[in-house]
Design a protein around this ligand. Sequence first.
Ligand code: HEC
Length: 161
Amino acid sequence: MNGISSSPSFPKLAGQYAEYIVKQLKDFQTGRRKHPIMNVMAEGLTENDLADIAAYFASNPTMQGDGTGGNQFAMDIFTRGDMTRNILPCQSCHGEAGKGKSSPAETRPVIGGQHRIYLREQLRNWRNGARNNSPNGVMNIIAKSLNDTEIDSLSNYISGL
Ligand code: HEC
């Protein structure tokens, strides 16, 4: 186990911020984030378990893509956004190459190098509201402006970073 999941529907956690992993596990515990397996898995975990699990994954070398997802459209959205459609640049929060940022106020997860399929599923779920645990609904607002083709392009691009 090195935090690189072999199933593309489950996220890589290698090098993910510990604070982000803890938050997600707590969201699975309370049902704020829904997933048939994760809600059950997270149920019995104590505060100490959460911290240990998160520290373990965070200590692995950060996930990285193979650089094959490049496309101009996604790169523009990622680096510059599209203010005419309420899309803030992904990079402004998720950092250069999607390496994320952590501050006491809020942690923006690592997304660069994440599985393409997982990314696509998250963006679709943010868009249709099935996932709604981001602070102030920010990811729901952003994803609502993206169509299927754009979600695919972004997922390809980001997974390659
Ligand atoms: C204003 C800040 C902000 C911007 C801009 C932003 N995000 Fe996010 N994003 C977040 C935060 C905060 C989270 C974590 C939400 C949570 O706590 O569950 C997140 C979560 C995600 C996740 C889920 C990651 C995971 O491992 O579960 C994906 C995928 C994602 N963002 C993609 C994008 C893409 C693509 C863009 C650009 C189109 C973007 N984000 C723009 C703040 C932002």
